[in-house]
Write a protein that binds this ligand. Sequence first.
Ligand code: NAD
Length: 238
Amino acid sequence: SDDVSGKVVLITGAASGIGEQLAYEYGRRGALLVLVDINEENLATVCSKACSLGSQDAISIVADISKLEDCKRFINEAINHFGRLDHLVNNAGIARDGVFKNVEQISDIVPVMDVNFWGTVYSTHFALPHLLKAKGKIVVIASTCGWYPLPRLIIYNASKAALISFFDTLRAELGWDIGITIVTPGVIKTKLTQGDLLQPVPAESAEGCAKAIVKSACRGDMYLTEPSWIRVLVPLKV
Ligand code: NAD
């Protein structure tokens, strides 16, 4: 249904960018929120603002989604507090690759897959029994990079392609028991896109992006992309 009022929505990476705006948009619509991030300070601020916008109850949990035990803990805390889970919004992600042939320490780029892919898989694993019980929804913020790879983001691209494949497979396995919306944004103005790699490309607002995501998830869309999100994929120089 279109109504998220009173639904329990867990958002990872809620302390900044698209996740922060998702917290506000779900909050405005009266959802009960579980906000997860590694950034404790920003998270507390976002949590109280989401409440002031209309969420009846919001809790914040400091956790690193790339750690299995953390994911187990935040799902348990969400269930202990609210007794149910209706939406899982897999949003947390990082990008820090560089040109592959210049990578000196392979361990520098491993966290990109650990957070973006494995962190999302862990979160989904622990949330799934509760989502099935609630006939709930999963939203995953992948990226256009998962369809059309951009240079200098090699592991990031791979992690997003892996997420698209993972959630397409999960949907095939689960049928219509739960809704799965795969979102592939273009360039959105956040901390993630502050570097010079994407400078030539016009960035869109995180608020507009978040509004489109919540609408699409409520409608039960399988995929969300926008023409303007795809257009940014002009070949960028290495
Ligand atoms: P952002 O850096 O502003 O926000 C990401 C948030 O995730 C931060 O608050 C950060 O602390 C948190 N985070 C990072 N690692 C974490 C971890 N291990 N555990 C818990 N939280 C963690 O970036 P954003 O642009 O808002 O990105 C949100 C999502 O959108 C990411 O998955 C990103 O890949 C995706 N995305 C962004 C764009 C864009 O143009 N900004 C485009 C396509 C997809």
